[in-house]
Design a protein around this ligand. Structure first.
Ligand SMILES: Nc1ncnc2c1ncn2[C@@H]1O[C@H](COP(=O)(O)OP(=O)(O)OP(=O)(O)O)[C@@H](O)[C@H]1O
Length: 605
């Protein structure tokens, strides 16, 4: 907790303002309503069974009252038997209705959670790169799992309990009035003595639940990050340090949860104590009424059972309130994601790209900063064009803006000034999917998914036939090593392709790009050196991929640079020189220095 938060928590003005905003705390739950209303039939059935079970449970005490007065007091065993059968019959109806209610509400809970998860996941996938720059993936997955599960529990049990308790309270109160208005008046007068302390205390639970969920999300983000980086952790022998970090966070989360549980336990205890104490008072008052003859013994028994039912339902409501507050927190966090609008979206009236594709790219006076308008420019006034089938190499020191150029071209971010065109059309005027279909992107560290080799190759074209997959694999020289794998193309390669070598992963990524068969190739060459044999294979695979395609390549290999039609030299986000390798070396400027440092000059000799 920050110092600010600590002082805010102990600030009486703050507490008063929190109390005033109390009804707003449950407001996020309203956002669940559309998800629930999608299933009107199941919802109606739930309410129907809920009413049947509540009404039948409310009938039992009245019958019991009759059995006492007409059976026990009148000493008529036949009446006791008749009433007994009636109670068994009603109990059977109640049992069936309760079971059905439980089933339907649980199914709705599962359904809502599945819908919510799907909605949040597909929304997340559509959000732009900038969103992921500022949000931890581990935290997002924790929202997707933990928060949705707590919503499921709420819908499946808390909502149902709240509804049932409310019906019971109303029904029991009505029956109490019917049985004895005087006794009911006594209860109603005593009621605020229970309710006020409970409501005041329930407020304390607020905030606590959001804090425990935040602590949990932090914990999950930390685990995701460290387990994902387990090789780095081992190699830097950070197992113990990271375990200690995790333990500290886990203890924080534990303490926050214990604090919340303590507060809840106290709340439940408070309700039970106040409820029981009032009941004792009621029995005393009721006994006097029986002795005075204003109510019968049966009526008193019946009244007491109703009062017990109502107080039990009140206890439930207090528990549910605590629960619902934490669910409101979870709902708020999920709807926060759903409410985040994507900034980079399709234009209202998209312009079609020319068919067949030309494969040209133009940057016209492009400036860009990651901080939006007014931030420090990462690219300034960059202009260049790439003609059909040409290869343009981007070179420059680290941080000069090479990767940013490729990101802007794919519209992962929007430019702050200037225009980027593909096939002569401003990319902001084109549908995003149409634009991205024009590129095959091979990343520096290729992303390999946990599926099979074939699934990885098919990633950009899921409906490709096996013959197409094999053709791409052959061109990318993946076929050679696949032949040695136990299950061939159906071999599962492990998370992030851990079962493959660096060169094999690169060739697999190249095969994926070949299968996509896009007119423009965006290539971020690996900086890490492969052994000569592997390097040669990757190079060969790349040559197949580049054939007949316009290529923009962030180049680290001398061979690539030498073959490029044009080299753009970037420095500090500006193009400081352009030309062929020989021209630029002859000039002897910044490029020549860079070439010495960056490209494996050994290759040149
Ligand atoms: N997502 C991001 N958010 C904020 N700043 C970023 C982001 N990505 C890159 N930058 C910054 O933009 C500048 C250019 O980065 P870029 O990755 O384009 O350089 P690069 O030339 O590709 O470098 P390298 O060769 O090291 O990959 C750097 O100063 C970097 O810190």
């Amino acid at each position: 907790m920050t110092d600010q938060a600590v002082s805010a928590a102990s600030d009486p003005d703050k507490i008063v303002s929190e109390v005033k905003s109390a009804p707003r705390q449950l407001q996020p739950l309203r956002r669940l309503l559309p998800f629930l209303l999608r299933y009107p039939v199941r919802l109606a059935l739930t309410i129907l069974f809920l009413l049947i079970s509540a009404i039948s449970s409310l009938a039992i005490p009245a019958i019991l009252g009759g059995a006492i007065d007409e059976g026990f007091v009148a000493q008529n065993i036949d009446m006791v038997g008749q009433y007994g059968w009636l109670i068994i019959g009603i109990a059977a109806i109640m049992a069936v209705a309760s079971g059905a209610r439980f089933y339907f509400i649980s199914v709705i809970g599962e359904r809502v959670v599945a819908d919510l998860r799907q909605a949040v996941f597909s929304h997340l996938l559509r959000l732009e790169t900038r969103y992921f720059d500022t949000h931890r993936v581990g935290e997002l997955t924790s929202r997707l799992n933990g928060d949705t599960v707590s919503i499921r529990n709420a819908v499946g049990s808390s909502f149902s309990l709240a509804l049932r308790s409310m019906v019971t309270i109303i029904g029991a109160l009505a029956m109490m009035i019917l049985t004895s208005p005087v006794l009911t008046l006594a209860v109603v007068v005593a009621l605020p003595a229970i309710l006020i302390p409970v409501m005041v205390y329930a407020r304390r639970l607020r905030g606590m639940s959001r804090r425990t969920q935040d602590a949990l999300a932090d914990l999950s983000a930390m685990a995701t990050e460290m387990l994902g980086a387990n090789r780095t952790v081992k190699s830097f022998t950070q197992e113990e340090v990271q375990a200690v970090h995790y333990n500290v966070s886990s203890e924080t989360s534990y303490r926050a949860e214990v604090k919340r549980l303590g507060a809840r336990a106290f709340l439940v205890g408070l309700v039970i104590f106040l409820g029981t104490a009032s009941l004792v008072g009621l029995v005393w008052w009721g006994a006097r009424s029986v002795f005075e003859g204003s109510v019968t013994a049966g009526q008193l028994a019946q009244f007491l059972v109703y009062a017990l039912m109502a107080s039990g339902a009140l206890t439930n409501v207090s528990e549910v309130l605590g629960n619902l507050q934490s669910v409101a927190g979870a709902t708020e966090r999920l709807t926060e994601i759903l409410d985040t609008d994507a900034e980079i979206v399709d234009p209202a009236v998209p312009v079609a790209l020319p068919e067949p594709p030309l494969g040209t790219v133009t940057f016209d006076k492009v400036s860009f900063s990651y901080g939006g308008q007014g931030g420090d420019n990462v690219l300034s006034n960059v202009s260049f064009s790439v003609g059909k089938g040409e290869t343009v190499a981007l070179v420059g020191p680290s941080g000069s803006g090479k990767s940013t150029t490729l990101s802007l071209l794919q519209r992962f971010y929007d430019v702050n000034a200037g225009t980027i065109s593909v096939d002569g059309v401003d990319i902001r005027k084109v549908r995003l999917s149409d634009l991205r279909q024009r590129f095959a992107y091979v990343e520096q560290e290729p992303i390999i998914f946990a599926g099979t080799i074939a699934e990885n190759i098919r990633f950009g074209k899921p409906d490709a036939g096996m013959d197409e997959v094999i053709a791409a694999a052959k061109a990318a020289l993946v076929d050679d090593f696949v032949a040695d794998l136990p299950k061939g193309y159906d071999t599962v390669v492990g998370e992030r392709g851990v079962m493959l070598s660096g060169g094999q992963k690169q060739r697999l990524a190249i095969a994926r790009a070949i299968l996509k068969n896009a007119p423009i190739l965006l290539l971020d060459e690996a900086t890490s050196a492969l052994d000569a044999q592997s390097e040669r294979l990757v190079q060969l695979a790349l040559e197949h991929l580049m054939e007949g395609r316009t290529t923009l390549v962030i180049a680290h290999r001398l061979a690539t640079i030498r073959d490029a039609n044009t080299i753009l030299v970037l420095d500090g986000g500006e193009i400081i020189d352009k030309g062929t390798h020989d021209q630029l070396v002859a000039k002897g400027g910044r490029y020549a220095e860079l070439a010495k440092l960056q490209f494996r000059l050994a290759e040149a000799v």
